[in-house]
Structures are given as structure tokens and as C-alpha cells.
Design a protein. Structure first.
Length: 405
């Protein structure tokens, strides 16, 4: 089951929560586009400004048979229109100024100061449109020792403490395989835009929104940070002595031995370990269990290795312990819950035909997310957007001849 794609079915698009909001989108790669796609999914008109002939860097992230229109790009750029525009000269800059005059939001995720150097800083655009919401996502902000650095996901994993925090000191340092920092900051960027839009309803004035990936990653660790700041102690959810991931005969099972009065007793029952273990005097509290964690984990590992994942899931659920099978991405996408939640949607694609992407993760009963159109080809809507903003055919042809669009 997939949510309807109005491109393919011709079905009416439901009213969106952000209908009537226009976004001029300078974002690229992942953090910014994930934010503006969320706005677009809920009805905002997003005009994606791209470099001629090259476009958003995510069009070239990995070699792909579809070239500039690949899954990396179309996964985070649906419901947007693309204008390919050379903004280095006055003509290109004027196009942006004309778009901003009637827009609601401008979003970018360049390094700090780049929008100012391009001629599109907050002060400049606010002169044109006092109601504009100017939203910027950067790695570290405009001041400080890291202001010059690019806000790349892996660097932020390292600098924010996330990479250092792992199950134990013996666990090798490694890169988290999903772009955790980009996505987190992207969602904060979308939240910032929504908060500013809400405030503008009361004040009539726009404002500047700044989101820094560094701050987002620190904020993700708010419990751990507060414990470190106020107790000088580490909170490590992966180091809990009665929790872990354990191989089975056909996969792996994950369980959490916590949030219960006697989790060790219940684990011993579920894993057929008898009563002697949980009754040991040295295992009666968290500190004792933590001190004996290597022994406990080895016992759990040996037990789980004797039967299937489904067998242990049933046993653990019978005593009301939190547990789950460890799924691959392929399995997670095919999981019945994914279908029930309508998390996969289809889009028409100019090269590949029908493609599938993930749906917005927020459900609104009256103004839901909708796939109105696929991700754009580079510059697909340049002439259309300009015409809608008062440019006649002669002026559009001139801009094309001058390679501005």
C-alpha cells in the first residue's frame, strides 16, 4: 500500500498546512533539502535555486545511471520546482530580489557568511521584504574557532562527542553510517522556520533563524550533557548491563532489561537461566550488575545462540520485556508496520518511470503531507517561475541567451 501520488493518479491534492507559503530554497546536499522538503510536503511552494549545469551537490553524490536525477537527490527534493540561475552577476541577483519580494521564507545551508557574499544576506533581503523569514543552517555559526569549517556530518559526529560515546572503551571508534547530524539539524531548521512563521502571524514581521549542526548534536545529548555538567558522570545507554544485541541461530535479537522492578529475574525466566543467577547477592542492584556486566552479557549471548530470533522474541514478550529483532534495511522497508504507516510513496520519474521514496514522518488529520510532484530536473521550472513573477518572454529569452538561466 502506498499513499496516492497525484502525478500518477490525478487525485485531488488535499489542503496543506503550509498552503500559500513560498520558500526560496538555496539549500543543497542533505540538511537543508530535508528541511525544505518537509515544508513542501505540507503545501509550501518551494523554489529551488540551483547552479546552472551542475545543480545541487546531491545530484552528484554517487555515480548513478540516472545522472543528476538519482535516488539521493529525488529522495529529498520532491514537491519543489527548480530554477537554474547564475547569481554571480547583477541580472541573476535581480531575479532573486524579485522572487524574495513576494516570498515568505529564504533558506540556505552554506558556510557562515556565504549568503552575505552572494548579496543575499538577511539585512539585504529584509530591506526588500520586511516580512521575510531568513533561515540559515550552518555547521558552527558565524563566530568561534570553527566558523570557517564546513558543516559536514562526519566532522560533527566527531566534534560533538557523539562519535566518542560508544558501548565501551574497547569498542572501536567509528563513523555512524546514517547522516545523523544532517537530519537532526535539518529538522531543527524546519522547526525554526515554522516557529518564525507562527510569530509573524502575531507581529507581522519576519526574522532571522539560525540553526547550527554543532548545537543540534549537543542538544540531542541533553540528558547525557546535564549529567556530565552537574554530576561529572557519564550516562551511556549502550552500556546498560542487562541490555544488548545478541546473535541467534538465524539473526540477532535486541532486548532492554530495564524499566521493570526485577528485570534480571524476568530475563532469567525468558532465557531459561534458572533462579540462581538473579538471586545472587552481588547482582541485586544496578551497580552490582554493572560490575558483572561482562559475565552477564556472555551468559545472555550463549543462551540466545541456542535458538531462533522469533523464539526468543516470544519468550521475552511473554514476560513483558522490551525486545525486537535486528532487521536489515531491506527487511525494515518490507516490514508490515512500514506499510500500515504508509511510509513508502511512489512518484513518476522522467528516466526510471515509477520510483519509491519515504513519506513524511508526521501525520496531520486535516492537512496531511502529500506528494504533489516528483523532484525537479535541473532548471526544469526556470521559465515558469520567472513568468509567474512578471518576466515576459523576451526577458526570459534574454536571460537564457546570457546564460543567466
Amino acid at each position: 500500500m502506498t499513499a496516492p501520488d497525484t502525478q500518477s493518479t490525478g487525485a485531488a491534492t488535499p489542503a496543506g498546512a503550509l498552503d500559500g507559503i513560498t520558500v526560496v530554497d538555496f539549500t543543497q546536499v542533505y540538511m537543508g533539502p530535508s528541511a525544505t522538503q518537509l515544508l513542501a510536503d505540507f503545501g509550501a511552494e518551494v523554489i529551488k535555486v540551483e547552479r546552472p549545469r551542475v545543480g545541487d551537490l546531491s545530484r552528484n553524490s554517487f555515480p548513478d545511471s540516472s545522472g543528476l536525477d538519482n535516488p539521493i537527490f529525488y529522495s529529498i527534493n520532491r514537491n519543489k520546482r527548480s530554477i537554474a540561475l547564475d547569481t554571480r552577476g547583477d541580472a541573476g541577483k535581480q531575479v532573486i530580489y524579485d522572487l524574495v519580494r513576494d516570498a515568505d521564507v529564504v533558506v540556505s545551508n552554506f558556510r557562515a557568511g556565504v549568503m552575505d557574499r552572494m548579496g543575499f544576506g538577511y539585512d539585504k533581503l529584509r530591506e526588500i521584504n520586511p516580512r521575510i523569514i531568513w533561515a540559515s543552517g550552518t555547521g558552527f555559526g558565524e563566530i568561534g574557532p570553527y566558523a570557517h569549517k564546513g558543516g559536514q556530518d562526519i566532522l560533527l559526529q566527531a566534534l560533538s562527542g557523539v562519535m566518542w560515546r560508544r558501548q565501551s572503551e574497547e569498542t572501536p571508534l567509528s563513523v555512524y553510517p546514517t547522516t545523523l547530524c544532517d537530519y537532526t539539524a535539518g529538522m531543527h531548521l524546519a522547526q525554526g522556520v515554522l516557529l518564525a512563521l507562527f510569530a509573524r502571524e502575531r507581529t507581522g514581521e519576519g526574522q532571522r533563524v539560525d540553526v547550527r549542526m554543532f548545537d543540534s548534536m549537543l542538544h540531542m545529548q541533553m540528558q547525557e550533557a546535564a549529567t556530565q555538567l552537574n554530576r561529572g558522570a557519564e550516562v551511556n545507554w549502550a552500556a546498560m548491563p542487562l541490555s544488548g544485541v545478541f546473535p541467534t541461530t538465524d539473526g540477532a535479537v535486541c532486548f532492554v532489561g530495564a524499566f521493570k522492578a526485577q528485570p534480571l529475574r524476568d530475563l532469567c525466566e525468558a532465557l531459561d537461566l534458572g533462579d540462581d543467577l538473579w538471586q545472587r547477592p552481588d547482582l541485586q542492584d544496578h551497580d552490582g550488575q554493572l560490575a558483572n556486566k561482562p559475565e552477564l552479557q556472555e551468559i545472555f549471548r550463549a543462551a540466545c545462540a541456542t535458538n531462533t530470533t522469533d523464539y526468543w522474541i516470544k519468550r521475552l514478550e511473554d514476560v513483558d520485556l522490551l525486545c525486537a529483532p535486528v532487521l536489515t534495511m531491506v527487511q525494515a522497508l518490507a516490514d508490515p508496520q512500514t506499510e500500515i504507516n504508509k511510509m513508502i510513496v511512489t512518484m513518476d520519474h522522467p528516466i526510471e518511470g515509477t520510483v519509491q521514496v519515504l513519506n513524511a514522518p508526521i501525520t496531520l488529520s486535516a492537512t496531511p503531507a502529500a506528494v504533489r510532484h516528483r523532484a525537479p530536473t535541473l532548471g526544469e521550472h526556470s521559465a515558469q517561475v520567472l513568468a509567474e513573477n512578471g518576466y515576459d518572454e523576451q526577458r526570459i529569452a534574454q536571460l537564457r541567451a546570457e546564460r543567466v538561466i
